[in-house]
Design a protein around this ligand. Structure first.
Ligand SMILES: [Zn+2]
Ligand SMILES: [Zn+2]
Length: 350
């Protein structure tokens, strides 16, 4: 990589700041569907779940099997919040056994909290539904309610500030790459909505999930609507777990996808017209999350080393790490405005 000179860096920084000021004018269908334009967030169930967990139930020490009391409840492992211990000693002794399970459940908890937050978010789910209709060609099907649709929603975590993203990639110069001590705020982004690769996961539990959701939809009179399962994956398949969410797509979203109305984006005060397709659905979700600076969406997450690695490896064209996460991020960078500015493929208005 050539070393950028200071002027180039200042110019790139200015351009990225303009690009980050992307605003969406919400299309009519969005207003019809949701009534109000911004941060249409249903009360997230996440908060209620956390409250419910606080009621006291007895806990068993994973080390010595002792049971706690309401007066003196045991403390949980601070990382996975899964296993309880009566004492520091018991926890220390159990660590070699607990280690693997702990890491796994920390990861699993992270996906689940992210997917829960997306599921509770009407705006994100609305765009995901439209993307799925287009991806699975549900409009062309004579009876889309017959078979379950499936799709893979691939997620990544990246810095909330596009300048930090550029810093990780070395675009702000070699002296500007964040070191591991620096805390960089992260957020969820959707890298891709694509077909579910054959053999990636066991389909049987999914069919079960679909049947339950389908029965609910039928009972409510929506027997003509498509019902299927969205699979969410974070990062690379080798490390990622998957979370599946059964989804019912109502005729409202089928209509929106059929009409696919154009809509506006405003960047640095200038407006451009967008067509509604899979890529723009993904970009709209990502812009919405980027603009949620107060974390109403609950999709701001601390970045871990796996997340950072994907961003760093996205710089070079032919890299030894041709992982799925890297590939999908690169693909998105070519499609989405803010990264096109970073890559020099597009210049925002000054
Ligand atoms: Zn114990
Ligand atoms: Zn643990």
């Amino acid at each position: 990589m050539s070393t950028p000179n200071l002027q180039d860096v200042a110019l790139l920084k200015r351009r990225l700041e303009v690009a980050a000021s992307i605003e969406m004018t919400y299309p009519d269908w969005f207003m019809t569907a949701y009534g109000r334009p911004k941060f249409v967030l249903s009360e997230p169930d996440v908060a209620a779940d956390i409250k419910r967990e606080k009621r006291h139930i007895c806990h068993i020490c994973t080390g010595c099997q002792k049971v706690d009391s309401i007066e003196e409840p045991f403390k949980r492992c601070g990382q996975c919040l899964q296993d309880y211990y009566c004492s520091k000693e018991c926890q220390k002794l159990d660590w070699p056994q607990h280690k693997m399970r702990c890491r796994q459940s920390v990861r699993q908890k992270r996906y689940e909290s992210i997917v829960k937050a997306i599921e509770a978010n009407k705006e994100c789910m609305g765009y995901l539904k439209i993307a799925t209709i287009l991806l699975c060609k549900l409009l062309d099907s004579p009876d889309p309610s017959k078979e379950p649709f499936t799709c893979l929603v691939h997620l990544g975590i990246e810095p909330t500030n596009i300048i930090d993203f550029a810093r990780f990639r070395g675009e702000m110069g070699p002296d500007n790459i964040p070191d591991s001590a620096e805390k960089i705020k992260g957020m969820v982004q959707v890298n891709n909505v694509g077909p579910l690769p054959a053999g990636l996961i066991d389909m049987n539990p999914l069919i079960g999930q679909w049947k339950v959701k389908k029965a609910d939809a039928d009972a409510e009179g929506f027997y003509k609507d498509p019902v299927g399962v969205m699979i969410f994956m974070l990062g690379d398949p080798a490390r990622a777990g998957v979370v599946s969410v059964p989804v019912h797509i109502t005729s409202l979203f089928m209509d929106i996808a059929r009409k696919a109305p154009p809509f506006q984006q405003i960047i640095g005060g200038l407006s451009r017209t967008m067509t509604l397709d899979i890529s723009t659905c993904i970009e709209c979700i990502n812009i919405a999350i980027r603009r949620d600076t107060t974390n109403k969406f609950l999709l701001r997450k601390e970045m871990n080393q796996d997340d950072i690695k994907i961003i760093k490896n996205s710089t070079t064209d032919e890299h030894e790490d041709e992982s799925l996460g890297v590939k999908l991020l690169r693909g998105r960078m070519v499609r989405e405005y803010i990264y096109r500015v970073l890559l020099g493929l597009q210049v925002p208005p000054e």
